[in-house]
Design a protein around this ligand. Structure first.
Ligand SMILES: Nc1nc2c(ncn2[C@@H]2O[C@H](COP(=O)(O)OP(=O)(O)OP(=O)(O)O)[C@@H](O)[C@H]2O)c(=O)[nH]1
Ligand SMILES: [Zn+2]
Length: 297
């Protein structure tokens, strides 16, 4: 769909699209509607457009927005909330910086009896992220020898919980915990960044586009999302609060190494974390290697 590229396109809404179902079809390529020809996009999109899209993304909605001006006097009368564009754009970094541990308990795991869960929450509530501590990774970090094992694991309801064969997440989750238990220490961050940050509903939409022939990267783009919408500030803030300022990262994703290091955590090594294809996820893994640069060789 042409609106996905360049990153943002804005145009005056033609009258044929002044209808909720037509708009839904325009925003959601999985609906499969035909459209009238769209007008040329504005050369300079309105200044508020990036913040409007960011707001839709924060709500994990499809990033397509209809904008209308509202007279200041009507805000209260209509029960509308006013939010500054700069505040919207600054929200992800601010929420990550304010993450704080709010609850902690021992949760012995199959094969990793010495495990604790620590729940983190941002100052405004927001989404919660979890850390799974095996042994005492903070003490390993302080001891000055090899850095502790760490894994940034983005939640995957389908793979982690249901055992979906479309991805490799379930094996990576259980494999990371097993590796940490074997070493006696490690930290796995279980991050509320389902679908590389697009949310479960949009991941299902992306899957349906993949069933129509797109790969995992183009499916995200066709929906108006970036290939990977995660930020590493969340993980860095959690590691810092846990006293783990240096790590050996279990990953095949070079962006994770660079992204975490850019947020101030010393990434002292990479531990390969690849699992054999299962006959269903072969194309997905091949795309990760070819288009995301994953080190799967
Ligand atoms: N949008 C989208 N997300 C997917 C798809 N398949 C899996 N995911 C999500 O991708 C995330 C898995 O990423 P990670 O386990 O952090 O892995 P990675 O970035 O590939 O890098 P590694 O550390 O090497 O595993 C989970 O949130 C999954 O829900 C897909 O086809 N589309
Ligand atoms: Zn998965």
């Amino acid at each position: 769909m042409p609106l996905a590229s360049p990153e943002l396109a804005a145009f005056r809404l033609p009258s044929a699209l002044l209808d909720p179902m037509a708009l839904r079809g325009l925003a959601d390529p999985t609906v499969g509607l035909e459209f009238p020809d769209l007008p040329q996009p504005f050369r300079d999109p309105p200044l508020l457009a990036p913040a409007a899209l960011a707001l839709a993304k924060l709500a994990r909605l499809l990033p397509a927005v209809v904008a209308a001006s509202a007279a200041p006097a009507s805000l209260e009368a209509e029960g509308l909330l006013e939010v500054g564009a700069a505040d919207v754009l600054a929200y992800p970094a601010g929420a990550a910086a304010s993450l704080w541990p709010v609850a902690e308990a021992a949760v012995p795991l199959d094969g990793a009896a010495d495990a604790r869960l620590v729940a983190f929450r941002a100052a405004d509530g927001g989404v919660e992220h979890l850390a799974i501590l095996i042994g005492r990774p903070d003490e390993v970090a302080r001891a000055g020898g090899k850095a502790p094992l760490a894994r940034l694991h983005s939640e995957c309801f389908t793979g982690d919980l249901l055992g979906s064969l479309r991805c490799d997440c379930g094996s990576q989750l259980r494999g990371a915990i097993a590796r940490m238990a074997e070493e006696g220490a490690g930290v796995l961050l279980y991050l509320a960044q389902e679908g590389r940050g697009i949310g479960l509903v949009n991941k299902l939409r992306a899957y349906s586009l993949q069933d129509g022939g797109l790969d995992t990267l183009d499916a995200n783009r066709a929906l108006g999302w970036g290939a990977d919408e995660r930020n590493f500030l969340v993980a860095a803030a959690m590691l810092e609060r846990l006293g783990v300022d240096r790590v050996r990262l279990l990953t095949n994703n070079p962006d994770k190494l660079a992204g975490l290091a850019a947020c101030g955590i010393r990434v002292e090594g990479r531990e390969a974390h690849a699992f054999a294809p299962n006959g269903v996820n072969d194309g997905y893994l091949e795309t990760k290697a070819r288009r995301f640069g994953h080190l799967l060789g």
